[in-house]
Design a protein around this ligand. Structure first.
Ligand SMILES: NC(=O)c1ccc[n+]([C@@H]2O[C@H](COP(=O)([O-])OP(=O)(O)OC[C@H]3O[C@@H](n4cnc5c(N)ncnc54)[C@H](O)[C@@H]3O)[C@@H](O)[C@H]2O)c1
Length: 314
């Protein structure tokens, strides 16, 4: 049933929608963009253009390719127009179940069974989002990006009510345009956010208990373990902490279990006081940069690391 994807409808042109538009258009895919809020539509092409200018500065995109990339983006004045000739639909509207349910129902009614419909949702279950879909709900999947999708390519494909064929089709498509997809079962937070939340929980606990400062937990990642993580993840790390992964797992399993079962403490609340501590601790880390300057610096560093990785594959 899968059809070749040459044109994608992006529905919702906020933070995530504009990133997806940039990913698709940059990789030769035609994009029909639609947002129900006029200011989002009026600004989205400028935001994509700014993102492409950033890529030119970083040597990722050639300036002469920008006009062709921008020409692939069509602003549509209705949902009907956006999905009419689309081969895939990427939904990027707010994390609100009723909004997504209604949109999925409408998109499914406007398209045939060969068109997969992906949700950028961060935590909702696909069975709930597709609850009002009667026209082939098995083509409705979770297609969860990392923010921003055009900078961080990792993404998650899920949906326990979706067919394996559709999930594999979107996996192959995403891979073909330079994204880094994984497929997982539906679980709260999916994979990336579960791991991020595990670290955040421990960071908040240590700050709350006065064990160390906000700066210290930040540096444990940005100067410490995070220096390895772009290259060796949380499990492969053990190969290099020992003579081999087998030896590492057996050597450290008691140490790990001691932490998991006895040393790890619950975090019962994120109090106003704890939030104030975090806010006061993060501001100096930004070193006088504004929010936008901090984002630009982060995007530059991530893009340069990504290029270095792509030029030095394992
Ligand atoms: N921001 C993140 O860090 C992040 C990361 C991964 C996934 N997500 C998920 O991506 C989705 C979008 O998040 P965002 O941060 O881009 O939100 P956003 O608020 O920036 O953008 C949502 C856009 O959808 C538009 N919209 C609302 N209802 C609509 C409708 N019925 N039809 C068309 N357009 C509509 C809004 O006008 C807005 O422009 C959410 O499900 C979110 O959980 C967000």
């Amino acid at each position: 049933m899968a059809r070749e994807i040459k044109k994608v409808a992006v529905i919702g042109c906020g933070f995530i929608g504009f990133g997806w538009i940039t990913v698709f258009a940059r990789h030769g895919i035609e994009v029909n963009a639609f947002d129900s809020f006029a200011p989002s539509m009026e600004t989205v092409k400028d935001r994509v253009r700014d993102g492409l200018d950033f890529f030119v500065d970083e040597g990722v995109v050639k300036a002469e390719d920008i006009p062709a990339i921008m020409d692939r983006i069509k602003l549509c004045s209705s949902l009907e127009e956006a999905v009419a000739d689309a081969d895939y639909v990427q939904e990027c509207i707010p994390e609100n179940l009723e909004l997504k349910q209604n949109l999925f129902r409408d998109v499914a009614n406007l398209t045939d069974e060969t068109v997969a419909i992906g949700s950028s949702c961060s935590g909702l279950q696909m069975a709930d989002i597709a609850a009002k879909v009667t026209n082939h709900p098995e083509r409705c999947i979770v297609s969860h990006p990392t923010n921003p999708p055009h900078i961080v390519a990792y993404m998650e494909i899920a949906g326990d009510t979706a067919s394996d064929e559709v999930k594999q089709h979107i996996f192959d498509f995403m891979e073909s345009i330079g994204q880094k997809p994984i497929i997982c079962k539906e679980i709260y937070g999916y994979v990336l956010n579960r791991m991020q939340l595990a670290v955040q929980k421990e960071a908040l606990y240590m700050v709350q208990e006065g064990i160390c400062s906000v700066e210290a937990v930040e540096r444990a990642i940005t100067d410490g373990v995070g220096m390895r993580w772009p290259f060796t993840g949380p499990l492969a790390t053990e190969e290099l902490n020992s003579a081999s992964i087998e030896e590492g797992m057996y050597k450290y399993k008691d140490y790990m279990m001691e932490f998991f079962t006895k040393e790890q403490k619950p975090l019962n609340d994120i109090s106003d006081e704890l939030i104030a501590k975090v806010v006061a601790g993060v501001k100096p880390i930004m070193n006088g940069r504004t929010h936008d300057e901090y984002r630009l610096w982060r995007d530059q560093m991530v893009t340069r690391t990504r290029l270095m990785k792509e030029n030095n594959p394992i």
